[in-house]
Ligand binder design. Structure first.
Ligand code: ADP
Ligand code: MG
Length: 589
């Protein structure tokens, strides 16, 4: 696989070098130059929309900032374009931080709307400022040269633009296969799971937004010095929509989708502009209509874009498990057996007039499995959410290892050694089991985006994967390492979530209905896993409907009904409690 990848890259570089020396018509070189520029902006959308699920129509505006910054500064100060590139990047980065900082807190359709507003307003700023030449733009921008060689056009520019594009593509591919990359890929499925693994999701969204903007800015810089003149129209909302359009058609979930999309759009545009007027008899921008039809058909029949056709056929080899001698990750000091781990003190949650959790108190000691049971609607999940910081307490206190954790965010609670699974499995379906589980070790690594892009994170990655493999083997999932998580049956999926939670080196494990949807054999397997974890000193809070399992593995039971504590005690005490029998006979079982 490694070899194949290297071969692929060597082939790509060779093709680019060949195109540069072959006697192709200049027209084609120019087209390829534009394709590289579109692809660069599209790469940003792959990260933003494809990876993180954030739809942006504002990408063209960031191309515009890069272009106008370099054009205005080189024209007015005579600084070298190689310097103004970085000034443009700084201006773009700051604007993206501001725009992203405001808009990325919004959810649902507010973000796309905000990017539309942003794209529109920047277009009018560019078109109305005297200093920027209003709608006529800026003329006489110098071309690029290096050591006296003119690379401002033709083949010189081709090598520069495609060199930049391939470097950016490589950096992003390496980013996506890394600790921060896995955190970014988790964003598309919502933020709850990632936050529970300790990921600061807002921070990652902003980082992605800034990277996407910087890629656009580089594209704008290249564009300005290639065209030698700029005006607002290629940076308006229409172009923002087109960037999204071409990337979605190419495959917004893949780095190469951006390139395929730009290639196809540009080639189609050229052909249609010649062909359609001949067919129809009059001239006009009929190609827009054809593009609309292509987009609708792609969304209908190839929702993952054209690249997915290729991607499906590429050979996939399992990740090499090349970490036999890597140093183990540091582990946190664990509570001694019997020590008080969780102290829930009269917690209450009110939803309007409904008291979902009514002054519930209980304790968990190290090495104990405590079951939280009760009929549907009793308030178990809400209790769970109050403890893990997903929901805010109305009143009461939660102490974890002697410290108050009430009011902390769920990722802060995770950092203190509480880890959880979800009633409805939350995972990244297109990653392998091993990669999904490695996300659980997020807080135990530190390497960020820059080291991931430059692949300076190898040692730490090995440590994280070694940990993921260890936890999967610990619960008997060693045979599933390379399986795509989305292809797993319910049983292995739930076990994968437990392994992911264990990867964070927790002192307390919270499992929300781990046996739901499991077959009898799988439930027995789960019981074995829970007992084994306890024997290794783990403390567990178990919300579960399956009474056989609960009675079988729990040391202590907390029974809730209508938000209140019905009783608590050993499984035998609870089983013999007439109130519990009544509660259960009255509702279920
Ligand atoms: P369980 O997990 O024991 O089935 P829940 O904790 O999910 O119970 O729910 C307890 C009660 O709180 C139910 O009556 C439920 O409808 C209500 N409830 C839960 N979450 C919310 C919410 N976000 N807003 C309003 N009511 C809620
Ligand atoms: Mg529930």
């Amino acid at each position: 696989m490694q070899l194949l990848k290297r071969f692929g890259w060597a082939a790509l570089v060779l093709v680019v070098a060949l195109i540069a020396v072959l006697p192709l018509p200049d027209f084609w070189i120019t087209q390829l130059n534009y394709i590289a520029l579109y692809s660069l902006a599209g790469l940003g959308l792959v990260l933003l929309t494809g990876v993180a699920g954030l739809t942006s129509f504002g990408q063209a505006a960031f191309v515009g900032i890069g272009a106008y910054a370099t054009a205005w500064i080189t024209l007015n100060t005579g600084l070298s374009p190689w310097l103004t590139l970085f000034i443009g990047l700084a201006i773009t980065g700051v604007s993206a931080l501001v725009v992203g900082g405001i808009t990325l807190r919004m959810s649902g359709h507010f973000l796309p709307l905000a990017t539309i507003a942003w794209g529109l307003s920047l277009y009018y700023v560019m078109g109305n400022l005297d200093a920027l030449g209003k709608y006529d733009g800026l003329l006489g921008i110098p071309g690029l040269s290096i050591f006296g060689f003119d690379i401002g056009q033709g083949r010189g520019f081709f090598l520069l633009a495609w060199g930049v594009l391939l470097t950016a593509a490589l950096a992003i591919l390496q980013l996506l296969d890394s600790r921060p990359g896995r955190a970014m890929r988790s964003l598309r499925t919502g933020t709850q799971m990632a936050e529970a693994m300790g990921v600061n999701t807002l921070r990652y969204k902003i980082i992605i937004f800034v990277i996407a903007a910087l890629l656009a800015s580089v594209s704008g810089w290249l564009f300005a010095h290639f065209q030698r003149s700029i005006n607002p129209s290629p940076f308006g909302l229409k172009m923002g929509i087109e960037y999204l359009f071409m990337t979605v058609v190419g495959g917004v979930g893949h780095v190469w989708g951006a390139v395929i999309g730009a290639l196809l759009t540009k080639l189609l545009e050229d052909q249609l502009q010649v062909l359609l007027p001949m067919l129809i008899g009059t001239s006009g921008s009929y190609e827009t209509i054809v593009f609309g039809i292509v987009l609708v058909l792609t969304l209908k029949f190839l929702p993952n874009g054209l690249w997915s056709l290729v991607d499906r056929r590429l050979p996939r080899a399992p990740r090499r498990l090349d970490w036999p001698n890597v140093a183990a990750l540091a582990e946190r000091a664990k509570p001694a057996t019997g020590e008080l781990v969780l102290d829930v003190q009269k917690i209450r949650k009110q939803f309007g007039g409904l008291t979902a959790v009514n002054d519930i108190s209980f304790q968990i000691h190290a090495g104990q499995i405590v079951g939280l049971i009760g009929p549907n609607g009793a308030g178990k999940s809400t209790t769970f959410n109050l403890i893990t910081g997903v929901a805010a307490l109305t009143t009461g206190r939660v102490l974890f290892r002697g410290q108050a954790i009430s009011g902390l965010k769920s990722r802060e609670i995770a950092a203190r050694g509480m880890s959880r699974t979800f009633q409805h499995v939350k995972m990244i379906p297109d990653m392998t089991v091993l990669e999904n589980v490695a996300l659980g070790a997020h807080l135990r690594g530190a390497k960020g985006v820059a080291s991931a892009m430059a692949r300076l994170n190898r040692e730490e990655e090995k440590q994280l994967f070694a940990q993921a493999q260890k936890q999967l083997e610990r619960i008997g999932m060693g045979a599933y390492l390379h399986e795509q998580a989305g292809n797993l049956a319910m049983g292995p999926q739930r076990l994968m979530e437990i392994a992911r939670a264990l990867c964070s080196d927790p002192a307390l494990l919270l499992l929300d209905e781990p046996a739901a949807g499991l077959r009898h054999k799988e439930k027995q397997g789960l019981a074995g896993v829970l007992r084994q974890l306890r024997s290794e000193g783990m403390s567990i809070l178990l919300v579960e409907h399956d009474m056989d399992l609960v009675m079988d593995v729990c040391d202590h039971l907390v029974v809730m009904e209508f938000g209140t504590l019905l009783t608590q005690g050993t499984p035998e005490e609870v089983q013999n409690n007439p109130q519990v029998r009544a509660a259960y006979l009255g509702t279920e079982h």
